[in-house]
Design a protein around this ligand. Structure first.
Ligand code: ADP
Length: 269
């Protein structure tokens, strides 16, 4: 199973989101098989994180973007379950504060970038500045249209400084979102998650898909590829994200650094 290549938005191409089925499960037999594979990936991720910290040469940045209820939180909970909290940070990006708005749009993002040896997870990201901002005309087109290149240059800077970047678009269908919102309405423990604004955003679905398509087409680069994850089935989403992270980290060929001195000369009384 090589999901890294299979689900990557090929740099230089434009994905057709209307033809990519969010309910598909490419490369995986079924839910039962997926549970064992996810467990294996979570364990492997834990080992790779240990190696990442020990080697101290790379950082890993995982970016999660999606429509509401697609499962950004669930992905973090399930896939990152095996990570050592020491050495991992999760940063959610909300509506910018006054201070953030008084800076360029990448200011708050750059500050949250993971340090070498560590894992950083972005729950939403700088892509909001070409998604919600574009859909709702929060800045003029002359401003947001320049951001694709600015994002690519910024991500290149991070990549050149040792950050391995993986960007996941959790792709759900409008119908699946409705099902999930309805389930939340039926569960009093989920009511805190609901907002009329989230429901109202459904009216802009097509605009969001257009904005996502352009972000995926213009900002999937060899140094910071986008992955389009079919996410109507949670088990597939979790397995695919974990699998791709493991595959990419394996390719880094990380090694434990040699000890500072000849270990055979240590004396332990
Ligand atoms: P979440 O949905 O991620 O769990 P919230 O319900 O607090 O968390 O939503 C965060 C909101 O912040 C989203 O509506 C998102 O579009 C918005 N947001 C994030 N970044 C920006 C930005 N740069 N400009 C405007 N809105 C943004």
């Amino acid at each position: 199973m090589n999901l890294n290549e299979r689900l990557m938005a090929k740099p230089g191409t434009t994905p057709d989101l209307t033809r990519l089925n969010p309910g598909a499960t490419p490369g995986v037999k079924g839910k039962k098989a997926a549970a064992g594979l996810l467990k294996r990936n979570i364990d492997r991720l834990n080992e790779l994180q240990y190696l990442l910290y020990a080697e101290n040469k790379h950082a890993v940045l995982v970016v999660l973007q999606a429509m509401d209820a697609a499962g950004k939180d669930g992905t973090i909970r399930h896939v990152m379950a095996g990570l050592n909290p020491q050495g991992c940070s999760v940063t959610p990006f909300k509506v910018p504060s006054d201070e953030e708005r008084d800076h360029d749009f990448l200011w708050r993002i750059h500050k949250a970038a993971p340090r070498i040896g560590e894992f950083g997870i972005f729950n939403r990201s700088h892509y909001e500045d070409v998604l919600v901002v574009r859909v709702h005309s929060l800045v003029p087109p002359e401003v947001w249209s320049k951001r694709y290149e600015q994002i690519n240059a910024f991500e290149k800077l991070l990549a050149d400084n040792g950050v391995t970047i993986l960007k996941f678009f959790l792709h759900i269908s409008k119908e699946e979102q409705k099902r999930r919102f309805r389930k939340r309405l039926e569960d009093p423990r989920k009511h805190w998650k609901l907002s009329q604004k989230d429901f109202d955003e459904r009216a802009f679905w097509e605009d969001y898909m257009q904005a996502y398509t352009e972000a995926l087409a213009r900002c999937s680069t060899p140094w910071a590829p986008w992955y389009i994850i079919p996410s109507d089935r949670k088990w597939y989403r979790n397995l695919a994200v974990s699998q791709i992270i493991v595959e990419v980290l394996e390719q880094l060929d990380m090694q434990f650094p040699p000890p500072g001195m000849d270990v055979s000369r240590f004396r332990l009384e």
